[in-house]
Design a protein around this ligand. Structure first.
Ligand code: TRP
Ligand code: ZN
Length: 852
């Protein structure tokens, strides 16, 4: 288990596997503590690889017997990582039987148990905990699976075969890597439906849940059907099996998993009812259902050659699910939300010790590289590629991708070659986006001379820990427009390709009286630095036709105002407050957009912004400034807020559609502000009358913020104590929304609560992650937040290394803060490391955060 010095894997060391697999057949004799797995694997020498011994990965499996072509193995070498044996250089059959213990598997990787149900998680390298196998994505094979068990529901990948008493047969004809293998067995009920594909295939759809949850599947099913028809319409991709199963599991390390024909989901991203799920939950369910479904083509039919290519499937699939959600719900709001996530997670990662390229060059534990950079920045790269080649060429390129690489395990080079072949464009410079870490800084100055808008750009890529050599300029697509002083657009959006360190662009706009709108739609994942007068920002905020830049102008005004309040303790900038009413009160604008305008940058965002400007952020001043700003906004816009609350325009009866959700979010934003000045009367009234979770929390959260939620929290607990997903919210909110530094003490109390089941990842994340998300409490000056998080990560690590490792990223920003806080964080991390017992996962993270 605990390697002395876990070794790094390098991209440059890739070698093809010496054998191909023609066929896999597996039999599972399920038993909670002693599951027997019998395998029969047909191998054949790989003509494209060097000859070598047969190395099969295997971890924590007890070998009962193994043969090659029926004969016992000759001199096998078995260690903690697998089995190596000489094998013939002609086709042969491997047969083996191993025993595994699902009930002891708390890491939730491989075959494990959750509430009496058997389930699997194999990505990235979990299949090796099930049986001996070449557990690497470039080894693809059709699988036949037999499950022997008395449990009523027995599922695996592909299409079902014979179902006898106490056994079931599944067969997946599509060659797949082992990481897409899945098995589920339990006492489950289905919410079922059908979908007829554009090719005429009548597909049975099932969402499998624990009895009692079947009434909460309708929205996920609806999202699935919409995803299926979207992928047909927009990418020409149809589903390719007769059955599509989704299973909801309570104990799960991540969001969901795209196993072929048998997606497995964290229950929180499937189950929804108006009383238990918020509008944001509905939107996330829709996005994740789509994401996993879209993987069927981008990930499963075409997979990754090795794990360095992870962004090949993840970046593209995130891009696809974002596009889908935008089509379903409106692109303007979706783009703003996605950019907020990108900046909040990926820019944060890129600015710290965990920075890495979208395609990393080495790793110790691949699970640590399912990051915002691979996913979110990876998606941005697809979006840039599309804007560089145009929509029509993008679609042609994707058709070629599916045609050329269906059934293959591919690389980023394969992906870029497709675009080069489809468009004739040289993408050598674009490829740098995959290789160089760091968020580019793009400086721009603009001026207008004789009716010509002139933009001078300079790009600079900062140093990152993974790469100290000087970095080369990248190609940055910059969407530009201009708005006249009279508020009318004088330059509709044009695309500038910035390819050099310094570069200029010119546009005839026919007037000298205008303001440039740069990086419209956030056309590239860069930090734009532009020194423009506040009045010009206010003009863009009021009149920009590009919704992203309209929002961004308001956001920049807010950030500048907040930064000034934080550093010199002053009052809110009246120019910002005065600019708000005309946008917030503009009934022609989407209410969801107006709500986004009201959302101030988070404390962590402000800390990041200050650190970028070489200030040391003080968490207390940030929290205090944000509160003062919110109170000032409440006073300044009180009449508007009351008007919104009195006539929100929401039809009776809850519906999760984007339009109603947007109205609720505007009303709840208004309520949150008013609560700061009315002592909580409106919020208490809404809380007691709410018939849906969005409005309950819309009232509860501001009450927590003003420290007046005791009764409401007690009532909430009484009502929901038997609902695990709602109880997760009860835990996370009271810690996450706690004012000032109080969150750490609340978390310290809640870890003693009988419902704090710390081995359940969702519950652990609610409490410990809830504290980590409360900036001023996590960074409490006495270090109590750091100590509590470190204590619990140490406790979780031996039980569930993957989740523990992921949560150490809470510490990734430590270098931003003052020396006292830095020292306390270093102590916390050193204390974790000093145990000498850290898993490879958490050990790697702690080491990288500390800088080795
Ligand atoms: N491939 C999954 C997705 O993005 C991610 C995932 C789910 C995962 N479970 C995991 C990654 C466990 C690593 C480990 O949809
Ligand atoms: Zn994915």
């Amino acid at each position: 288990m605990k390697d002395a010095a876990p070794r790094a894997v390098h991209l440059s060391q890739y070698r093809p596997f010496p054998y191909l697999v023609d066929d896999v057949s597996l039999t599972f004799h399920l038993h909670p503590t002693e599951t027997h797995v019998v395998s029969r694997i047909a191998f054949r020498p790989n003509p494209e690889a060097e000859r070598g011994p047969l190395h099969l990965d295997g971890e924590g499996v007890r070998l009962v017997r193994a043969t090659i072509d029926g004969a016992p193995l000759r001199d096998p070498r078995i260690d903690d990582h697998g089995l190596t044996v000489e094998a013939p250089d002609t086709p042969f059959v491997w047969e083996a039987e191993v025993v595994i213990d699902p009930s002891a598997n708390t890491a939730l990787e491989g075959l494990y148990m959750s509430n009496g149900m058997f389930c699997t998680q194999c990505e990235a390298e979990g299949f090796r905990k099930i049986t001996y196998y070449p557990d690497r994505p470039d080894v693809m094979a059709p699988f036949d699976v037999r499950i022997v068990s008395d449990l009523p529901v027995l599922l695996s990948n592909g299409d079902p075969g014979d179902r006898g008493i106490g056994s079931a047969q599944w067969s997946d004809p599509h060659p797949k890597p082992a990481y897409l293998f899945a098995l589920v067995a339990g006492d489950l009920v289905a919410h079922s439906d059908r979908f007829v594909t554009m090719e005429g295939r009548d597909v049975a759809l099932n969402i499998w849940v624990r009895p009692g949850d079947e009434g909460r599947c309708a929205y996920a099913m609806d999202a699935l059907k919409r995803s299926m028809s979207w992928d047909e319409r927009v990418y020409g991709r149809a589903y390719d099996l007769d059955v599509f199963n989704i299973v909801a599991v309570d104990d799960f390390n991540m969001g969901a998993m795209e196993n072929k024909g048998l997606n497995i989901f964290n229950a929180r991203y499937v189950l929804a009812s108006p009383e238990t799920a918020t509008d944001a939950d509905y939107a996330r369910i829709e996005a994740i259902i789509a994401h996993e479904y879209f993987h069927n083509w981008t990930g499963n039919r075409i997979t990754c050659r090795d794990w360095f290519q992870l962004c090949l499937k993840e970046g593209l699939t995130v891009y696809r699910d974002q596009h889908f959600s935008g089509d379903e719900r409106g692109h303007a709001v979706k783009r703003i939300e996605d950019v907020q996530i990108l900046r909040g997670r990926q820019f944060r990662e890129d600015a710290g010790p965990l920075a890495h390229p979208v395609r990393p060059r080495s790793y110790i534990e691949i699970n640590n590289f399912y990051t915002a950079t691979v996913y979110e920045k990876g998606a941005e790269l697809i979006g840039m590629l599309r804007s560089l080649v145009g929509d029509e060429a993008y679609r042609r390129a994707l058709d070629l991708y599916f045609e050329r690489h269906d059934g293959q395990a591919c690389t980023i080079e394969d992906w870029l070659r497709i675009f080069e072949d489809a468009t004739g464009r040289d993408l050598a410079q674009f490829a740098l986006w995959y290789a160089q870490a760091g968020t580019p800084r793009l400086d721009v100055t603009t001026r207008i001379e004789d009716g010509t808008l002139i933009l001078d750009f300079a790009q600079h890529l900062p140093e990152t820990p993974d790469m100290e050599e000087k970095k080369a300029p990248q190609v940055i697509p910059v969407a530009v427009g201009a708005i006249g002083r009279d508020g009318r657009e004088v330059l509709p959006t044009r695309l500038v390709e910035v390819t050099c360190a310094e570069q200029s662009a010119r546009f005839e706009i026919g007037t000298d009286d205008a303001v440039a709108s740069v990086l419209r739609g956030f056309s590239a994942p860069v930090i734009l630095r532009q020194d423009i007068p506040r009045a010009d920002r206010a003009l863009l905020f009021a009149h920009d036709t590009d919704p992203f830049n309209k929002w961004e102008a308001g956001r920049t005004l807010a950030k500048d105002a907040l930064a000034a309040m934080i550093t010199d303790g002053g009052e809110p900038d009246p120019a910002y407050l005065d600019a708000l009413p005309s946008v917030v009160g503009d009934e022609t604008l989407d209410p969801a957009f107006r709500a986004l305008v009201l959302g101030l940058p988070s404390d962590d965002d402000m800390a990041q912004t200050l650190a970028q400007a070489h200030h040391v952020p003080d968490p207390r001043s940030i929290d205090a400034a944000r509160q003062r700003m919110q109170v000032a906004m409440a006073r300044h816009l009180e009449a508007d807020f009351r008007a919104v609350i009195e006539s929100p325009g929401i039809p009776d009866g809850y519906s999760p559609d984007a339009e109603s959700a947007g109205r609720r979010s505007l009303r709840n934003a208004a309520l949150a502000h008013l609560t700061l000045i009315d002592g909580g009367d409106l919020a208490r009234a809404q809380f007691s009358q709410a018939d849906n979770m969005t409005d309950s929390l819309g009232a509860l959260v501001p009450l927590i913020r003003i420290g007046a939620a005791e009764d409401a929290l007690a009532a909430f607990y009484d009502r929901w104590q038997n609902d695990r997903l709602v109880l997760d919210k009860w835990f996370s909110l009271q810690i996450g929304a706690a004012p000032g530094e109080t969150g750490a003490a609340i978390a310290a109390r809640l870890v003693e609560h009988p419902d704090f089941d710390w081995k359940n990842p969702n519950r652990f994340r609610s409490v410990i992650g809830g504290l980590g998300m409360n900036h001023s409490s996590f960074h409490a000056a006495d270090g109590s937040g750091y100590r509590l998080v470190a204590d619990w990560l140490l406790r979780l690590d031996p039980v569930n290394p993957q989740t523990a490792a992921r949560m150490t990223t809470l510490f990734e920003t430590w270098k931003r803060y003052d020396v006292d806080r830095q020292e306390m964080i270093r102590d916390a991390l050193e204390r974790m490391r000093a145990t000498g017992e850290l898993s490879r996962d958490t050990g790697e993270m702690v080491g990288r955060i500390l800088g080795r």
